[in-house]
Design a binder for this molecule. Sequence first.
Ligand SMILES: Nc1ncnc2c1ncn2[C@@H]1O[C@H](COP(=O)(O)OP(=O)(O)OP(=O)(O)O)[C@@H](O)[C@H]1O
Ligand SMILES: [Mg+2]
Length: 496
Amino acid sequence: MELGTVVCREETPNTSNFYFVADKEVKVKVGLFIQVKVKQGLLIGRIEEITKTNRYFMQPETISNYETSINSNFPTDKWEFLLCKVYCLGILDKIIKRANYPVSPGEIVYMAEDENLKKLFKFDERGLHLGEIEAHHLKVNLNMNRVFQKHLAILALSGAGKSYATCVLMEELLNRGDDQGKAGILVIDPHGEYSGFVYDKKFSDKTNLIKGKDIRIGLPHLPSYYYKLFLPNLSFVQERDLIKVVAELRKTEDVFGIKEIIAGIEENENIKQATKEVLFANLSSLNSLRLFGYYDTPSIYSMIVPGQMTVVDLSEMTNNRKRQMIVAYFLRELFNKRIMRKVPPFVAFIEEAHNFAPERSGKENFSKGIIEKIAREGRKFNGLLCLISQRPVHLSTTSLSQCNTHMYLRITNPYDLKHIGESSEGLTTELLKSITSLEVGEAVLVGEASSLPLFVKVRNKEVMDMETSRSLEDDCIAYLEKSEKKKKDVSDLMEG
Ligand SMILES: Nc1ncnc2c1ncn2[C@@H]1O[C@H](COP(=O)(O)OP(=O)(O)OP(=O)(O)O)[C@@H](O)[C@H]1O
Ligand SMILES: [Mg+2]
């Protein structure tokens, strides 16, 4: 479809931008892709801004000079036209080239054909169906290898649709056939937003839910490394004595817990009393977390199964130390087993990633180290991360910079925008500006998954909603109903 004609305006056409005047009868909108013939092939661009102009209304004094309306004296409506600013994306020839030559003024601008957009964005029919390019109603199917060529980051402010888009991505991964390659999926879910997969019959046989309170880390096989990690305040001597006692217990006992370690320290005559006191205090504090047991629950091997998802629901757990210990332990063990090829390739989705891998943290953050390690080395072993965060500025820069694909939904905080502008290549000032005006459920993908910025309207999810955030009104009503019911149950019981 013909849209209009390229015009000369402000230093354009140049290699990045040009303007065209839209034909009166066509509907243009921001986000629409266009194509124009150039010497090397077909230039594809995206309408970034539309301005309405009319030369009759450019000088305020001409308007005040007319006693009657200017419209009744002159054919003003004939001089109103739409000026569209286009951002040049690339040139389609046999290969996709950078737009390194401007279009000619006077060239006709056409609406981009779907086939050309599919080629430009390298869509894959068998890929992950994330949504559509809204202005063209064109399905966005992203090649899985490209999305997870390395790690993925999903960033936006609260309520912009991160978890929703993540659900869509998970559905796509779970719906893949054997011949399409199925990864094992792990979800660290601090708000209990993903349990819908377990209760929805479309996905229930592919999802396994683990509640935080049921998780245990098995002590008898716990490598010494973790004592150092989880008890960061121990001195070298204290740590050495503790590890000696644990090593002794390993030789003599099949199973043991923290109580047995404490007893072992107590009986050991070679350990100074002062050291013992410190160890007792530290171990008691670990014990009070109720996280350590005789064996791992769940087992690492049951957590990662091809085409299956394990949701680790930490929503009822308020202790941050404990949450981080769980993430640190299971991710590290999983990664080590992946290096040895003992578990299948996996994608670990980490919600609230800025809490598990914060940019600034002391020794007290247990999970940051392993998340950064997987971010740096995971790709070689297909141990992949999807980091989800509403505060990119607080998220570890090491981890964020290793995410090859970024999905941005609406972000307005200037600090966050500055941060992502610095940590993501290919984000122009214009693009950053458009991130501030995205609507809920609209995303921009940049990076490996799409070498050109791709605006996607995320599709509706299939999985049922888990109602994790009710409105204040609904929540108050539900609370009242619950307490009324409780009262009634008690009075029924009393009456027999
Ligand atoms: N693609 C979409 N289509 C339809 N509705 C959506 C879409 N994305 C988000 N929403 C709506 O917006 C609400 C908030 O989305 P979501 O929970 O995903 O936000 P979030 O970015 O994860 O927020 P938070 O940071 O608080 O976790 C959803 O409950 C849903 O109703
Ligand atoms: Mg969320």
